[in-house]
Write a protein that binds this ligand. Sequence first.
Ligand SMILES: [Zn+2]
Ligand SMILES: [Zn+2]
Length: 279
Amino acid sequence: MRNKVVEVLSALTSSMQEVTTDILVLEFTVVNAIIIGMPGAKTGKWILIDTGLESSAEFILDVAEQRFGEGSHPQAIILTHGHFDHVGSVIKLSEIWDVPVYAHQLEMPYLTGKKDYPLADSSVDEGLVAKMSPTFPHTSIDIGIRAVPLPSGGHIPGMTDWRWIPTPGHTEGHISLYRENDRTLIVGDAFTTVKQESLLSMITQKENISGPPKYLTTDWKVAEESVNTLRDLQPSLIIPSHGQPMQGEELTRHLEMLVEHFDEIAVPEQGRFVDNPID
Ligand SMILES: [Zn+2]
Ligand SMILES: [Zn+2]
């Protein structure tokens, strides 16, 4: 079965959604990527966050061309973390555009062929995606010298309004991105607004705040602290990697609920990483 099911699904529908004038969410059915930059921005004046699946590259290139003009390339690609559904097109795109790929220092080994993620844990949920998850690619990719650690202190090269925030737990070096002036938060996989373990809820995208994808999250205690950190920012708009953006009162209510009931909503009842967090 490999990850062909995911590939086929993602090929069926790629769509996009402009959530603010300068933020475009690219939706690949099972995962999102994000473009930040005003339409018509000059080459090097926009950013791509995450890169979808391997099959997403063409769509991303088309959208970039429509939005910024032929031959335009971003300042950089930023990865929230190195899971396969976020780095799928990163090799191809970083080569075509010849741009650096920033991620947290702790994700570097997974982007430079030095360390593999653990196999996903299918025992966390009965959903079809959870059951398929051990067939997902978990071995590291190698983008060599293009992989650059984010500078410490939250600064993001080329994004003066934004800062990165460490939100580990889902992976060691997972990050989220925050823009203070309109309290926009790109959460990555720190939490989702869809039950990522179930194929049906991924397709229907029924809004339903949830914790990080269960089958791949390795440290639940730290993941909970990260959700608390993000709640404390009091975001007015969040864009998750899995599920639909959420804003306003609905967001506040859902996020509060996730913080209050993290154990019940997010943490699986059993699983390899629940009792034995990986360092
Ligand atoms: Zn992930
Ligand atoms: Zn993900």
